[in-house]
Design a protein around this ligand. Structure first.
Ligand SMILES: NC(=O)c1ccc[n+]([C@@H]2O[C@H](COP(=O)([O-])OP(=O)(O)OC[C@H]3O[C@@H](n4cnc5c(N)ncnc54)[C@H](OP(=O)(O)O)[C@@H]3O)[C@@H](O)[C@H]2O)c1
Length: 321
């Protein structure tokens, strides 16, 4: 049983740990949860690689993290909405780095207006899932050279909003719904976790999906006033229902990064994976709880295999069998 919970911060989770010698790549590394995750890991001696699509923001964040921690911080430019950029980033990473021990697929976009990635995928499915699927494939040779390897995929309680539509994941023949599209992409993050565990767990590479909590970051940039009111109301009602066993409400950014660093480093997760964590513990499979748990469709092996085949097909990224 984890001794950490809803209110724990990333620093508290990592207290007493020595991460020197470990290389950890964080996507979406220059804002919100990604930057705090990277800072907290670097503060424990990890070599961190911040990845993001904007080179200027990346170097500013890397300088900030390096100054705060004294750790080695590298950057890797990668636009997850472009397969060409992902392939170039993979090639560059394989040239520059000897190994990656932990990959944190943290970047994300939420409730985006209708749109497509460079390769024609719906923006949220394309960026949040397919981009990370292809990047993970590119980085797998480096992960295989790592030790005690883990892959952490940032999902969300938003996965309760929808399953993956295997017939029309890219919204070609149905009306676009920005929240269902977010839900689909976040369910895909959990199914990808399951797929990774099934394929690589046996060789010691374990995968975890994480719901970080509700945290005010740049993720809300696409929300309308109406969306903001809806979320604020929902969070207020949830906070009122908060109990000792099911705390609810907003988290700070340091609290929001806690479950990610827990999944990346916790000893109690050794030799296991293919699971979904929230509030620094493994969440139960639950198809009804509106304020917690992981939906069974998101951990279903048949769905995971189907998504894996679809993702290989769409991206052309084939993992070694
Ligand atoms: N905050 C929450 O309440 C919450 C709740 C549940 C789950 N999550 C998940 O937590 C993760 C981190 O979110 P956050 O709250 O820290 O949000 P954030 O501050 O908006 O950070 C998201 C990061 O993803 C990057 N990103 C977006 N599109 C990209 C692309 N095409 N290529 C590369 N990077 C891209 C952003 O870079 P740009 O600035 O260049 O776009 C940004 O650095 C997300 O996966 C999100 O779904 C957050």
């Amino acid at each position: 049983m984890s001794r950490f919970g809803f209110a724990s911060t990333a620093d508290e989770v990592l207290e007493g740990k020595d991460l020197s010698g470990r290389t950890i790549l964080v996507t979406g590394g220059y804002s919100g949860l990604g930057q705090e995750t990277a800072r907290a890991l670097a503060a424990k001696g990890a070599h961190v690689i911040l990845s993001g699509r904007d080179a200027t923001k990346l170097s500013a964040a890397a300088d900030e993290v390096a100054t705060m921690t004294g750790a080695r911080v590298d950057t890797l430019v990668c636009d997850l909405a472009s397969l060409a950029s992902i392939r170039a980033a993979g090639e560059e990473a394989r040239e520059r780095f000897a190994h990656i021990d932990v990959l944190i697929n943290n970047a994300g976009v939420m409730a985006a207006p209708p749109g497509r990635t460079a390769d024609g995928f719906e923006t949220q499915f394309g960026t949040n899932h397919l981009g990370h699927f292809a990047l993970t494939r590119e980085l797998m040779p480096l992960i295989e050279k790592g030790s005690a390897q883990r892959i952490v995929n940032l999902s969300s309680r938003g996965h309760h909003l929808d399953r993956v539509d295997f017939y029309d994941p890219n919204y070609r023949n149905r009306d676009y719904d920005k929240w269902k599209a977010y839900g689909q992409s976040k369910t895909a993050n959990v199914l990808f976790t399951r797929g990774l565990e099934d394929r690589f767990g046996g060789q010691g590479i374990h995968a975890y999906a994480v719901h970080p909590g509700g945290i005010q970051t740049n993720l809300g940039r696409h929300m309308s006033e109406q969306d903001r009111d809806w979320i604020a109301d929902r969070m207020r009602k949830q906070a009122e229902e908060s109990t000792e066993h099911s705390p609810q409400g907003w988290k700070t950014i340091p609290q929001g990064a806690a479950t990610t660093v827990w999944a990346a480093t916790a000893e109690e997760l050794e030799a296991r994976g293919g699971l979904y964590a929230e509030d620094c513990h493994v969440a139960a499979i639950d198809d009804a709880n509106p304020v917690g748990g992981v939906r069974s469709y998101a951990l279903d092996r048949g769905n995971a295999d189907r998504l894996w085949a679809l993702s290989e097909d769409l991206t052309g990224a084939k993992f070694p069998a």
